[in-house]
Ligand binder design. Structure first.
Ligand code: SF4
Length: 351
């Protein structure tokens, strides 16, 4: 192509993505053909794709980036068979396995999260779902954390949960329940056989009915098609999730998906843009596998995502919070809550 042709193509692409951004700003759903075109767009269009995502992101979240910290509250020993998971019954991955952490450890984890400047602390267990004693345990932890760190958002991810269990946790101070759909209904049986897509949908709906924020997202790179990504983006919009983690497969040796290649950076960025444009009001969280899949391009995730995890994942390491802050500032973004009194205990110093 000549330089003039290149310019004409770039302007045409910019116009198409501008229309996507305008629709997202009006909170209109993406048309299927538009979503297909976005996911199939050439790498040369990535700046325009990210610009469109950024327009929607900045409308609702400005340049703020929320830091989140995970706590693996029970590791391994899970009876389920999710193909991506190092903690499943079928995984032989070399991970730490331990039973439910005491409440004191969960509270200490919240303290450490707050000390990193995190705005959200997510307690996660490996399990099909919580027992009555698990719910009592996390309710106790939530009350203790809430009393000490009133501004820290609390999320739990405990597997398949009933509405009443979510309600009990909400009354104890939990803000969000996470349960990822992970992929489309069509593709779900290829990654898990021990529970169903409907089990997951029911947990998300029950948590919303209980008055908690619904946190549910996806894993990119498990062998799904573009159509699957478009389907699950639409499902999450229909569920009106307020928080949407986008994970990127980290193939772990010893898991059924351990031999798959990690997804490519450009595909991951296009997927992030899709979820932002399809769910413009949701907190889009660049989550597990970000460091490995995006590599040197991980900062570009911030143009679509307004939230990232720091200090590692359930069984894999991640970016340290100091490095994340440096990345955030270098790109002209700001850490949510930074500079403002945070987590209650600081208030005495400003009065
Ligand atoms: S239910 Fe959760 S912990 Fe258990 S195998 Fe699936 S993803 Fe892993």
């Amino acid at each position: 192509m000549s330089g003039r042709d290149d310019t004409a193509a770039a302007l045409a692409a910019a116009g198409a993505y501008r229309r996507l951004a305008e629709q997202a700003l009006l909170d209109r759903p993406l048309a299927r053909d538009e979503a297909r075109a976005l996911l199939a767009s050439p790498d040369a269009d990535l700046p325009a794709v990210l610009w469109a995502a950024f327009a929607a992101r900045s409308r609702h979240f400005g340049r703020r980036v929320k830091l989140c910290v995970l706590q693996n509250a029970r590791s391994g020993l899970c009876p389920e068979d999710c193909g991506y998971c190092s903690q499943s019954a079928v995984s032989t991955a070399d991970i730490r396995r331990y039973r439910l952490l005491p409440v004191a450890d969960l509270v200490a984890g919240a303290r450490r999260a707050a000390a990193t400047g995190a705005s959200r602390y997510c307690m996660v267990t490996s399990a099909r779902g919580p027992s009555a004693s698990d719910i009592a345990h996390f309710a106790c932890a939530a009350r203790a954390i809430r009393a000490e760190l009133p501004a820290l958002e609390l999320c739990v991810s405990l597997g398949i949960m009933e509405e009443g269990q979510a309600r009990t946790l909400g009354e104890a101070g939990v803000d969000f329940v996470n349960h990822n759909l992970n992929t489309s209904r069509r593709f779900y049986p290829a990654i898990c056989s021990t529970h169903t897509y409907d089990d997951r949908m029911a947990t998300v709906r029950g948590s919303s009915r209980a008055g908690l924020g619904a946190c549910s997202g996806v894993i990119i790179g498990m062998g799904e098609t573009h159509e699957d990504l478009i389907d699950v983006a639409g499902e999450l919009r229909a569920l009106a999730v307020t928080s949407l983690p986008v994970n990127f497969l980290h193939p772990i040796e010893g898991t059924p998906l351990g031999a798959r290649p990690a997804p490519g950076a450009a595909d991951c960025l296009r997927a992030l843009a899709l979820f932002r444009l399809a769910n413009p009001r949701a907190e889009i969280r660049a989550a597990g596998g970000r460091e490995r899949a995006l590599g040197a391009a991980q900062g570009l995730a911030l143009f679509a995502a307004n939230s990232i995890f720091v200090e590692g994942y359930l069984t894999t390491p991640g970016q340290r919070h100091a490095d994340a802050r440096a990345m955030i500032r270098a790109l002209g973004f700001e850490v949510e809550g930074e500079g403002a009194p945070r987590h209650g205990q600081d208030c005495a110093n400003v009065m």
